[in-house]
Write a protein that binds this ligand. Structure first.
Ligand code: OGA
Ligand code: NI
Length: 367
């Protein structure tokens, strides 16, 4: 029985993939029960037992940091208070929200709306962008780890590599073209400010992380989490940490993003106008575990769709010979390096090949 199950599963995964219409297409087909490829296996659910996951039931909160004074001075005179708050958040929960970050509310709303419009295009139009080809800079797909993961997530994604090589706007779908270009420009500027603050929070010169090219490249991932008839049986995004330097996330009002903190799932509540910032695996590696790349997940929801736009600061699609390892200024006889050096290509190849399995890719690079 086991093997016939496995065979069916592969067939069903392929049928889903070949439909090129993602989870949104499954919902449109009028199902009332979710297909079995999306069902979380019992051992995964068992792994959650003992973890507090009831909404609103925890004493921990994701800090909110006001960047008003920083953005006004162009980041030059980061006041110690803000640096201290960033340090505290980045060294503990690994997540914080920023407000007064300088990106107008209108642009945030337009970005979310445009992402939604793309995902709600007729499937014949969206299909043209559907691909698993690594080289393509603009691709629509569902479940990047479809064939590796134990169960598929209730989520579709439009993935766009925006920098360092400028993206030809013509490659973007018309419905989200202009707003994506503008959002990318503004989020890159905010990224610069955040890398300065993070450098300072590590006791390094403000431009240290930028000089390591951490801010040089970014991708935008526009996620669409369709309403799910049985949200308790699946997941919007399986528990994972991010395979980049830093992530800036724009989420809509639905909620469902949770962070694992002291063995409890805590909510990242939607806050209008705020952006969610989290440390990625590569900054944890470079900071020799001072900054924390913390696991998080997204619950499937009934009331959706939920839309979010994640900006991943990374260079993995850009050919570079640079390798990343613990920063030497942060090492001492008492603080020996915990990780080996890796190229970004090797890191991402390992991450993608593993898929979202609930385990961190970082442990593979531990010395
Ligand atoms: C991600 C991620 C969260 C969200 O893209 O890595 O964790 O709310 N996204 O979509
Ligand atoms: Ni993530």
């Amino acid at each position: 029985m086991g093997s016939s199950n496995t065979y069916d599963r592969l067939q069903e995964l392929k049928a889903f993939d070949e439909s090129k219409s993602g989870v949104k297409g499954v919902v449109e087909s009028g199902i009332t029960k979710i297909p079995r490829i999306f069902i979380r296996p019992p051992e995964e659910i068992a792994g959650d037992e003992g973890l507090g996951s009831e909404r609103g039931q925890t004493q921990f909160e994701i800090p909110v940091i006001d960047l008003k004074d920083i953005v006004a001075t162009g980041g030059d005179h980061a006041d110690d208070d803000v640096v201290g708050k960033v340090r505290c958040a980045a060294e503990t929960v690994g997540f914080f929200q920023v407000v007064n970050h300088g990106i107008p509310m209108k642009l945030l709303q337009e970005m979310l709306a445009a992402a939604r419009v793309f995902h709600e295009l007729p499937k014949e139009v969206k299909m043209e962008y559907y691909t698993r080809e690594e080289k393509r800079r603009v691709k629509f797909s569902s479940n990047f780890d479809l064939y590796q993961s134990k169960y598929a997530n209730w989520r579709d994604t439009l993935f766009c590599v925006m920098a360092p090589e400028p993206l030809d706007p013509q490659e973007l779908p018309l419905v989200c073209r202009d707003v994506t270009m503008e959002y990318s420009k503004q989020i890159a500027a905010l990224g610069n400010v955040l890398f300065e603050l993070l450098s300072e929070s590590l006791g390094l010169k403000a431009d240290y992380l930028k000089s390591m090219d951490c801010a040089k490249g970014h991708c935008l991932l526009s996620h669409y989490y369709p309403p799910c008839p049985q949200p308790e049986l699946t997941m919007g995004t399986t528990k994972h940490s991010d395979p980049d330097f830093l992530t800036i996330l724009l989420q809509d009002h639905i909620g469902g993003l949770q962070v694992l903190c002291h063995n409890q799932w805590i909510d990242v509540p939607p806050l209008p106008g705020a952006l969610v910032v989290n440390i990625g695996d590569l900054l944890q590696l470079m900071s020799n575990d001072r900054l924390k790349s913390v696991e998080h997940r997204v619950l499937a929801n009934v009331e959706g769709p939920r839309v979010s736009v994640a900006c991943f600061f990374t260079l993995h699609t850009h050919p570079t010979t640079r390798t990343y390892g613990p920063i030497k200024e942060l090492l001492s006889p008492h603080k020996p390096p915990l990780y080996s050096h890796t190229s970004l290509q090797d890191f991402i190849a390992y991450y993608d090949n593993k898929g979202l399995d609930g385990y961190s890719a970082l442990s593979h690079f531990k010395l």
